[in-house]
Design a protein around this ligand. Structure first.
Ligand code: HEM
Length: 446
């Protein structure tokens, strides 16, 4: 992707997947698509068609009035300041720990050597499911496990379909259809079970994001199912990838591990983190920004133009003239390419949390659109606060629970220290981007 930009410029056009496509890493063009000309760009029929068998109709796939309706319904539920997901974070962190250290008591200080990628994806799956629907939908139960398996199978098919853009329908099969059907019907059961609980018990509203949707009876079970599955699809792999990258980086940046651990000791003094604590951790903030800059979980994204229009740059011999964007053009824009562009970032391929040390750094980068891991404009991610809190919480708990972390190979051998490690990362890119070789680490319990 980056080589193509070096060859053809920040914005170029090609035919691919049956569509005329403009590909850009120019923040000015991205802002135009996502904000200034928002109404001219849809997520489009290919995305909706590709995802529909699993998530039906949801905020993630709708455009126009249905999208506006879903967004207005869900945003106040997900972004409620009174929501308190921290007990859910802690519950699932404890479950993860028990899987890492089956004999914790006896083997307290022996190093643990493992690939954390699958456990971290399981963790984020369980957390978001319980955050949205409550404990009655817990994926730690046998039924919850079966739901996770059906969802994961359907998701693997969707990742393959999505790559074909407008030709997504070529990839189909019995396994795909039956896993979608199973996942959807299990969610309906989970919702019915949860509805009984929310009808009966008080005090759950602060713990369950979709509580009001279920309690008020405004939406039928089918609608809640689609909203839930849309949010799960948007939020699970993304937060799983972010957490994988966080641990992957900590294992390769001992200086950052030490600084973050010192901050965690100073601010928390052995306590579990609260929302306020997370807000006071500047090393952790810089760390998270830098992980999201170099390893954005959604590396590439797209929109389809619903009218003939022009974009402000990318045309002419030097790419600085406006470019025509005919109706039905697919526009691909890449947070990864923007956030690693050497013209925009000093030492772009170095992991450096100090670049975020100035108070205005983050705000300035968001304003000029050179940093957009959650995109911007009216379709900005609904789960940004939740995802950041979850990842920061888990990182703090890792820092409290383990005295050291080392990157290792699958055979347990330490990886030699390498200042250029970023250049050697291998990426697994589907709908999201995660470390291709897993997250192999050696952890020493405190
Ligand atoms: C690190 C974690 C996450 C990242 C990097 C991320 C990133 C993004 C990005 C780039 C988009 C734009 C997609 C597009 O328009 O094509 C998006 C949309 C969205 N995200 Fe997230 N996301 C994360 C976690 C979450 C979580 C946990 C939730 C739910 C609780 C969530 C809910 C949504 C929803 C509903 C949308 C669609 C918004 C709309 O179209 O109006 N995200 N996210």
């Amino acid at each position: 992707m980056l080589e193509e930009h070096e060859k053809h410029g920040d914005t170029y056009a090609q035919y691919g997947g049956g569509l005329y496509t403009i590909i850009t890493r120019d923040p000015v063009v991205v802002r135009e698509i996502l904000a200034r000309q928002f109404k001219h760009f849809d997520t489009g029929a290919p995305r909706a068609g590709c995802l529909k068998p699993l998530i039906g109709s949801s905020v993630f796939t709708q455009d126009g009035k249905p999208w506006d309706h879903s967004r207005k319904l869900l945003a106040p539920l997900i972004k409620r300041p009174d929501l308190a997901p921290f007990p859910v974070f802690e519950k699932h962190f404890q479950i993860l720990l028990s899987q890492l250290q089956p004999a914790t008591a006896s083997a307290s200080a022996s190093p643990i050597h493992l690939d954390l990628k699958a456990p971290l994806f399981d963790l984020t799956f369980s957390v978001i499911t319980e955050f949205l629907l409550g404990p009655a939908a817990s994926t730690s139960s046998t039924e919850g496990r079966a739901f996770a398996d059906a969802f994961n199978t359907a998701f693997r098919w969707i990742s393959r379909r999505e790559r074909l853009k407008a030709l997504y329908w070529v990839i189909d099969g019995l396994e795909f259809r039956s896993s979608c059907r199973r996942a959807r019907s299990m969610v309906e059961d989970m919702i019915r079970r949860t509805q009984q609980v929310v009808d009966d018990a008080g005090g759950m509203e602060r713990r369950i994001a979709l509580f009001r949707l279920m309690r008020d009876g405004e939406s039928d079970v089918g609608e809640v199912r689609d909203h839930f599955l849309g949010l799960l699809l948007a939020g699970r792999d993304t937060s799983g990838s972010l957490l994988c990258w966080c641990i992957y980086v900590l294992a390769r940046e001992p200086g950052v591990w030490d600084a973050a651990q010192e901050e965690v000791r100073r601010v928390l003094d052995g306590r579990r983190p609260t929302k306020e604590d997370l807000g006071a951790m500047k090393v952790l903030d810089g760390f998270m920004c830098e992980v999201l800059r170099l390893f954005p979980p959604v590396p590439i994204n797209g929109r389809i133009c619903n009218t003939d229009t022009t974009l402000p740059r990318g045309g002419g011999p030097n790419g600085d003239a406006p470019i025509l964007c005919p109706k039905d053009t697919l526009i691909c824009f890449s947070a990864y390419a923007v956030q690693t562009n050497k013209a925009l970032w000093d030492k772009a391929d170095r992991f450096d949390i100090d670049r975020w040390a100035q108070e205005r750094s983050l705000a300035d980068r968001i304003t000029d659109w050179s940093y957009q891991p959650f995109i911007g404009g009216p379709r900005k991610c609904l789960g940004e606060t939740f995802a950041l809190e979850e990842s920061k919480y888990m990182v703090c708990r890792f820092l409290q629970q383990f005295s050291s972390i080392t990157a290792v190979q699958p055979n347990g051998q330490d990886e030699p220290p390498d200042v250029d490690w970023v250049d050697k990362v291998r990426y697994h890119v589907g709908l999201t981007m995660s470390p291709d070789d897993g997250v192999w680490v050696k952890l020493v319990p405190t």
